[in-house]
Design a protein around this ligand. Structure first.
Ligand SMILES: *Cc1c(COP(=O)(O)O)cnc(C)c1O
Length: 361
């Protein structure tokens, strides 16, 4: 067995071991083709099946019907920050945004370049420690859409409700919590996720578009930017990030085999409980940066009493076989990322490590 760390990287992050082993097994000769998926034509019947299966599995796991398109594109979630306003923000309508920190701030920046951005709510004044509540959302009734970031990877907060928009299209960046829990995906008109946290390797972005949104797209856009191109061609207009789509398909199969989102949510709940319990038990020592009702299940963020202790925590964690515990460079502190591929045992071991570290330091 190869040497493997317990990987708490925030993204790109751990992939399920079973998936990596399957990739290894199929790498040199994908199903009798005598080549890897990386070397195959994206017009081959083998790739056609991978593409179709990945799309169908994503829909099945999310409970989406024929009124949704699932496409796989390149450019990461960050490209979507610009493509969304380019496609949907026009005709004098503003794009409304909720600012919950780093990634939503970046999405807002792109919207401002392209057109009229309306700030519907923000927790900036409170250092993004919470998710704004429904009653605090100021949404113009002619907005083109409302954009939210369901999980805030850097600030450690997550939506635990889906905003009501009164018919205005709801758009979400789900990069860091997609398929981590049960959710009514049908409440969203458009959502997207860079694959590298919960879905697969970097390089592929999952984009889900409800049919009625296609009629709202601005005319005259360059072909690759217009979402209709990728929906009509089923992600095969140009060369897709094929290997990434293949690995994503294996990850989706892995989720299905475990029992779907019910089972995944159950394990993820136990994982985050293990870590937050230790934090709450020693709340004067492990200071959570998110308010309790906005805590993320995916990224647990905290500060220790001082920076020297944080450095020591990260160094000793490394010796214990954990990597990726350092908080984002913009906020410092400690971040424990508990994406789907992190095992319950991994989460329990880091919780135990926290307990021991506290008693010795
Ligand atoms: C990681 C992340 C991104 C950035 O994704 P890229 O694929 O690197 O562009 C955007 N939004 C959220 C919420 C993220 O966690």
């Amino acid at each position: 067995m190869a040497y493997r760390v317990i990987n708490f990287n925030p993204g790109p992050s751990a992939l399920p071991l079973d998936v990596l082993m399957k990739v290894q097994e199929e790498l040199l000769d994908y199903r009798g083709t005598g080549m890897s998926v990386m070397e195959s034509s994206h017009r081959s019947p083998e790739y056609d099946e991978i593409n179709e299966q990945a799309m169908l599995l994503a829909k099945e796991l999310m409970g989406l019907g024929d009124d949704y398109h699932v496409i796989f594109v390149g450019g990461g979630a960050s490209t979507q920050f610009a493509y969304i306003p380019l496609n949907f923000m026009h005709g004098g309508k503003a794009g409304a945004y909720i600012d919950t920190g780093t990634w939503s701030t970046k999405a807002i920046k792109e919207a401002k370049i392209i057109g009229d951005m309306h700030l519907a709510a923000s927790s900036k004044d409170a250092e993004y420690r919470f998710i704004p509540k429904q009653k605090d959302i100021d949404l113009p009734n002619d907005a083109a859409y409302l954009h939210i970031t369901t999980n805030n990877t850097i600030k450690g907060t997550q939506y635990h409700y889906i905003p009501e928009t009164g018919g205005i299209p709801l758009i979400a960046d789900m990069s860091s919590d997609i398929l981590s829990r049960r959710m009514d995906f049908n409440k969203f008109d458009f959502f997207y996720a860079g694959a590298q946290k919960n879905l697969g390797p970097s390089g592929v972005t999952l984009v889900v578009i409800k049919e009625h949104m296609l009629s709202k797209i601005k005319d005259g856009l360059p072909t690759m930017i217009d979402y209709r191109t990728h929906c009509e061609k089923k992600s095969l207009f140009n060369t897709p990030p094929a290997f990434g789509v293949y690995v994503m398909k294996l990850v989706l199969e892995w989720i299905k085999d475990r029992g779907g989102l019910d089972a995944v949510e159950d394990v993820n709940r136990q994982k985050k409980d293990a870590v937050y319990e230790v934090m709450d038990e020693h709340s004067d020592y492990f200071k959570g940066t998110a308010e309790k009702d906005s805590r993320s299940w995916m990224n647990v963020t905290m500060r220790l009493p001082n920076e020297d202790l944080e450095k020591k925590f990260i160094a000793e964690g490394k010796e214990a076989g954990f990597i990726g515990l350092k908080g984002h460079r913009s906020v410092g502190g400690i971040r424990v990322s508990l994406y789907n591929a992190v095992t319950l045992e991994g989460a329990q071991r880091v919780a135990e490590f926290m307990e021991n570290f506290k008693s010795k330091n």
